[in-house]
Ligand binder design. Sequence first.
Ligand code: TYM
Length: 329
Amino acid sequence: MKKCLSGIKPTGRLTLGNYIGAIRQFVQLQDEYEMYIFIANLHAITELQNSKDLKQNTKDLIALYLACGLDPEKVTLFLQSDVHEHAELGWVMTCNSYMGELSRMTQYKDKQQKQEKNITAGLFTYPALMAADILLYDADVVPVGVDQKQHVELCRNLAQRFNNAFGETFVVPEPVVPKVGAKIMALQDPTKKMSKSDGNPKSCIDLLDEPAVARKKIMSAVTDSVGVIQFDPENQPGIANLLTIESSLTGKSIEELVAEFDGKGYGDLKKAVGETVFNFLTDLQAKYKEIVASDLIQKTVTDGAQKASYVARKKVTKVKRKLGLELYR
Ligand code: TYM
């Protein structure tokens, strides 16, 4: 069975973008692949976190993974910090990366261009840790939103570089980006990605937003003055974004939706999307509440850590042997 791995950082609350770009794909792929899904909490600490918030966000993320439909019987679901091999192979991958290639990663470049203060060394090297996350499990595919594709490309290069130097060790993974919904845009500025860290809460739908509040956010989404409902991300990014959200949550194609809304106004589209999001969040949050009240979270991550550690340990032993870090094996 082919293998699939992905993860999400537990910083801030999960957004509709995380669901549509990432989690929705995980759920679709769980029957086809041997699947590893984790909470990237070592990535979270590349920026200063309040420890209480980090714990809460981590629990919420596990509960939401489960509420969205990940089945712990099929998927190995775990905390990155529970499997110390991530940090260990992360160091190996840091040593296998060049300063130049890490400097070209957009997340770092953006922060540097904005002249943000106190960019940590961890933030600079984190794509190397991300490569280790993927390579530990021999992942063939890595489902991500478009913003993470560059990191998976780097991981491919690092895997090939290591294999060339030390012989076949790592599977070279493929990024999998959804055809629709790889980049959900901010509702108040549809030229920017919807993000947990957006300063304007009206731009972003949290998966734990009150459904009625989320509906209001959709109703006040920025559109344009063209007045025709068509899929034109370049000239009508707000409308394209609403069509993408509707298509992703209902399973209808963009073409079907454009035909359905032919001759109708923006208000009709917003009402429909608002209703879809309202219903989606209502169902999701009912499941989330049930999960939070049960002992499923603890059981899931305890079992997950055990399964993931077993696989990761074997890979790290192999890598250490190849590098000459194991004296007697
Ligand atoms: P993170 O936590 O920023 O995002 C998690 C996933 O959600 C996707 N995503 C979006 N997709 C569509 N539209 C959006 N507006 C949107 N916002 C976020 C992201 O593309 C991502 O797939 N470094 C990673 C976490 C990570 C990881 C890994 C992922 C660590 N190790 C190994 C895959 C494999 C991150 O910060 O994602």
